[in-house]
Write a protein that binds this ligand. Structure first.
Ligand SMILES: C[S@@+](CC[C@H](N)C(=O)[O-])C[C@H]1O[C@@H](n2cnc3c(N)ncnc32)[C@H](O)[C@@H]1O
Length: 287
């Protein structure tokens, strides 16, 4: 907490916080991605929030690996012919400005109205590389989200949905309902999301939830089943890439994590292991 009120005032402030890590990676001479907009988007408030978080520096590698993996999945899916990306809870993500993407690709960002206006203002003189639309929507309104998603995906033949930094904040019931709804939109064929193990969830709950106090948000989701949680909602895990292994490959890990990264890992249930992965899900009814 700062002396003038809670640092994280609402859930959208978490977007400022995450943008700081993209700015920090961008500053490195050996950056694995560059986001030239991140520093401006995060602003001073983002930096204050990042500094207030426990293990802020020691965990930078995890944020870098997360962005790197989402970028990789998006690039691969674009190469495989998706014609629409729907970024739910897009926050201050600047992929449509910073990635190499076909000009013909449609990209839709969905988030709450205030964070989208803040972003729009900062990026107003910048030009996205593909066709970009922004939609202000409260994703917790299930009927509205279903209506809007169906409308947005009309005309797309093969769409990818990404949720980066969203489902960790939802309950298992809420994630299940979202998975079911996304499976019901015909054009949505693939979904990229990040997933924590129950063990990691407990650690993050201890360190991060107290910092989120002012926002009403808390981290909640780390299913026992791992990526197989999504099977009963119409989604099959197609590719699961561990954050730790990726951090090791990118040579970003502090010493104690390097030792952990040497252990073999399973892609299914993780139990009490502190594990996080970025997962590509394939809709069961899609080709
Ligand atoms: C941790 S940030 C992640 C932002 C971005 N995806 C990234 O990785 O940088 C979480 C985002 O979820 C958005 N969000 C949370 N609840 C939401 C809701 N009910 N409707 C729309 N957006 C929501 C917040 O506004 C915020 O931008």
């Amino acid at each position: 907490m700062s002396g003038v009120g809670p640092l994280i005032r609402n859930i959208s402030d978490t977007a400022l916080w995450v943008a700081v890590y993209r700015a920090r990676e961008t500053d490195r001479p050996d950056a694995v991605f560059r986001d030239p907009f991140a520093r401006r988007l995060a602003g001073e408030r983002g930096e204050q929030i990042a500094q207030s978080m426990p293990f802020s520096d020691r965990m930078s590698w995890a944020w870098a690996a997360r962005t790197y993996l989402f970028d990789s999945f998006v690039s691969e899916q674009v190469q495989q012919g998706i014609d629409l990306v729907v970024n739910l809870a897009a926050g201050l993500d600047a992929r449509p400005y910073r990635m190499t993407l076909p000009a013909s690709l449609r990209w839709i960002e969905v988030d709450l109205p205030d964070i989208l206006s803040y972003k729009e203002e900062i990026l107003r003189d910048e030009k996205p590389v593909c066709s970009l639309e922004r939609v202000a929507l409260d994703l917790s309104d299930r009927a509205a989200r279903q209506r809007v998603l169906e409308k947005l995906c009309e005309g797309a033949s093969k769409a990818l949905v990404i949720t980066e930094g969203l489902i960790l904040y939802l309950s298992a019931e809420e994630v299940g309902a979202m998975a079911q709804d996304l499976a019901g939109v015909p054009a949505l064929h693939r979904w990229v999301l990040e997933l924590a193990s129950p063990g990691l969830l407990r650690m993050v709950q201890k360190s991060v939830n107290p910092q989120l106090g002012g926002s009403g948000a808390s981290v909640k989701f780390g299913p026992e089943e791992g990526p197989l949680f999504f099977e009963r909602y119409g989604w099959t895990p197609a590719d699961v890439r561990s954050l730790l292994k990726t951090g090791a490959r990118l040579k970003r890990l502090p010493f104690q994590f390097r030792l952990m990264a040497l252990l073999p890992e399973s892609k299914g249930k993780q139990g009490s292991r502190p594990w996080q992965a970025i997962c590509l899900l394939k809709k069961q009814s899609a080709g």
